[in-house]
Design a protein around this ligand. Structure first.
Ligand code: HEM
Length: 174
């Protein structure tokens, strides 16, 4: 996975817990404690997952809480700073989420070795959205955290229900 993801995981950790224990997280996850992530390089998927696992263990955090913290940081700080152009054309959370295939495809075509996730969308008559997640990485909890981050960005509450490991139901509250 592109190292922008572990970079943002590191920033999320440091924001919440400070710098001191970060080398411990790296060590626990099998990295050199002095490791530096470079966004354009690749980090093996299993090592990114190991990083999340190390934080959960060290901080007794659930995957849900870590995903919510990461989703908020990614959408409202990291991507908002590094990929701000993608934010300019959406007027609300739903429009932004509906653009996620376009966003990930654009990045995928620009970045060598990128294997971004894909999404399916089914808009329901009541305004809700069924969102399918297609990726062999199986990180649906991260998707939930990211969706909630998008809600915060647009000052909306999004009620997210996990229908399966690859399908979410999103209800938007303005
Ligand atoms: C402007 C906002 C966003 C940008 C620029 C962005 C970009 C990226 C990039 C570069 C990756 C790494 C891909 C790779 O290495 O192959 C990634 C992964 C991922 N993105 Fe996004 N993303 C954004 C928002 C979102 C949102 C809102 C969601 C969910 C609703 C999402 C879901 C994911 C997931 C789950 C992954 C992990 C990889 C996987 O599951 O296969 N992203 N994203």
């Amino acid at each position: 996975m592109k190292s922008v993801i572990p970079m943002a995981i590191q920033e999320t950790f440091v924001k919440h817990f400070g710098e001191k224990e970060w080398p411990l997280v790296l060590k626990k996850a099998g990295f050199d404690p002095d490791n530096v992530f470079y966004g354009h390089r690749d980090t093996p998927d299993e090592k990114v997952v190991a990083l999340l696992g190390a934080i959960m263990e060290l901080k007794s955090m659930s995957m849900k809480d870590l995903s919510d913290a990461f989703g908020d940081h990614w959408v409202n700080h990291f991507a908002a700073k590094h990929y701000f152009a993608f934010y300019q054309r959406a007027r609300n959370a739903k429009e932004f989420i509906l653009k996620m295939n376009e966003v990930h495809d654009k990045i995928g075509s620009k970045v060598d070795g990128s294997k971004p996730p894909k999404f399916t969308f089914e808009e329901k008559p009541d305004g809700s959205l069924e969102m399918g997640y297609i990726s062999d990485r199986n990180l649906i909890d991260l998707v939930i955290g990211l969706v909630k981050g998008v809600g915060k960005k647009f000052n909306e509450t999004i009620h997210v229900t996990k229908l399966s490991e690859s399908l979410l139901k999103l209800k938007f509250e303005g």
